[in-house]
Design a protein around this ligand. Structure first.
Ligand SMILES: Nc1nc2c(c(=O)[nH]1)N[C@H]1C(S)=C(S)[C@@H](COP(=O)(O)OP(=O)(O)OC[C@H]3O[C@@H](n4cnc5c(N)ncnc54)[C@H](O)[C@@H]3O)O[C@H]1N2
Ligand code: MOO
Length: 401
């Protein structure tokens, strides 16, 4: 059977994936989330004409020729306006953020004034009408559209929402990813290992990739290679209402590779199994209702590469985030052999050189080797049947960091 091309596998996986519903969340918890609705201002900012400087509120006409002495009739700190109006020849001591008193039309900064005594100030520089006054509504007015649905809430956005008097915001619910590791040989990090056992590492990297695009991760631990045990853990994931269930391992054709059987027994309709990709050939995908199942290959690098290529876009879509893989061009500085029928994702070191980005593939690409994955900052993408590539060939690379 011909293997499914990577692009088609991704298309099938994303088909019908819509952002989850909204939920209302306190403002302090909204950074990094995605807005589920437009946000409009609940107030006008500033709500009054405000001074932008510490100094004196005056009539511009009074300071047209200087020096001039004015009568100080009161003060206006931020939060407490001067109740009254300034007549010609008068001034009010004023502090940044305070409302400009009625009658005043400009601000003399205190550096340009000498306070002579409690009741008089000498102004030594002229100032144009309107200087240092922030007009009411300069920033925004009640009812203005401030943030659009779909906006990723960053520092500026959450402060703006707060300034507009929103104690919380509607955000798209985080998609829930349940992860199930399978394999008799697996133990958690920190365990006392027997001679034939290995540490279960995949869930940590897969979970990190999922969280990097805003998903919530439910790590359901390790299940032995037993069909009933795997089935029970899948049912548990479904009871938790996971949007995506990832299984790790058991995706291949060995006698102990039971994941496919267990998933089908729990109601998964298989969409595809095995794709034209390296690493990651045994990738499996299916659905049951709105739940998507992704069977990731057990080899650690395969599970991480598949997560970058498939899980990241899927969870981004379900979380309402825009996602575009960071693909760019680089020049090979080591030759590469001709490729076979599988699209290859080759661990490489990318470095900026005076004449452009250079990519050096690692010599050994065994999909069990996590050290080279952690050392790689990019993956060279080799198309199926790509011819041998000498040094200097331009290639596509997926940046990992
Ligand atoms: N006859 C064939 N054998 C294999 C094929 C094939 O097409 N024909 N495909 C190979 C490829 S490609 C891969 S990738 C692996 C994937 O197989 P599974 O998904 O069934 O994975 P396992 O056999 O369960 O494990 C493979 C390997 O990875 C280790 N592993 C598993 N889970 C974890 C985990 N959570 N953390 C760390 N390491 C894990 C496991 O111990 C094995 O060493 O199959 C090839 N075989
Ligand atoms: O997914 Mo496998 O890594 O191609 O060995």
């Amino acid at each position: 059977m011909a293997l499914l091309p990577v692009s088609e596998a991704l298309e099938r996986l994303l088909d019908g994936a819509e952002p989850r519903e909204g939920e209302y969340v306190p403002l302090a918890e909204t950074a990094g989330r995605v807005l589920a609705d437009d946000v409009r201002a609940l107030r006008t900012q500033p709500p009054f004409d405000a001074t932008a400087m510490d100094g004196y509120a005056v009539h511009a006409a009074d300071v047209a020729s200087v020096p001039v002495t004015l009568q100080v009739i009161g003060q206006a700190p931020a939060g407490r306006r001067f109740n009254g109006a300034i007549e010609p020849g008068q001034a009010v001591r004023i502090f940044t953020g305070a409302p400009v008193p009625a009658g005043a039309d400009t601000i003399v900064i205190q550096e340009n004034a000498h306070r002579l005594d409690e009741h008089t100030v000498e102004v030594v520089e002229t100032v144009a009408e309107g200087r240092h006054i922030r007009r009411r509504g300069l920033d925004f007015c009640a009812g203005d559209l401030l943030l659009e649905k779909g906006r990723l809430l960053d520092a500026g956005a959450v402060s703006l929402a707060a300034a507009a008097n929103h104690p919380g915001l509607p955000v798209i619910k985080k998609p829930l990813l349940a992860i199930i590791a399978t394999g008799d040989e697996l133990l958690l990090p920190g365990s006392e290992l027997g001679p034939d056992q290995i540490v279960a590492s995949n869930a940590f990297g897969v979970g990190a990739i999922a969280e990097s695009v805003g998903a919530r991760v439910l790590d359901l631990g390790i299940v032995p290679d037993s069909r009933p045990a795997i089935s029970a853990r899948i049912r548990h994931a479904l009871e938790q209402d996971a949007d995506v269930v990832v299984t790790l391992g058991g995706a291949s054709v060995g006698d102990h590779d039971l994941t496919n059987e267990a998933l089908i027994a729990e109601g998964m309709e298989l969409d595809f199994w095995k794709i034209a990709m390296r690493p990651g050939k045994p990738l499996m995908f299916g659905r049951r209702g709105r739940t998507r199942f992704l069977g990731l290959p057990g080899n650690p690098v395969a599970s991480l590469v598949c997560s970058h290529l498939f899980l990241k876009p899927l969870l981004s879509r379900l979380g309402g985030r825009p996602y575009r893989p960071d693909i760019c061009q680089a020049t090979l500085d080591k030759p590469m052999p001709a490729n076979d029928l599988r699209q290859d994702y080759v661990r490489a070191v990318l470095r900026d050189d005076p004449d452009g980005l250079k990519a050096t593939p690692f010599e050994t690409q065994d999909s069990s080797m996590l050290k080279t994955f952690a050392d790689a900052n990019g993956l060279i993408i080799r198309e199926p049947f790509a011819p041998a590539a000498p040094v200097g060939t331009i290639c596509s690379v997926l940046r990992l960091r």
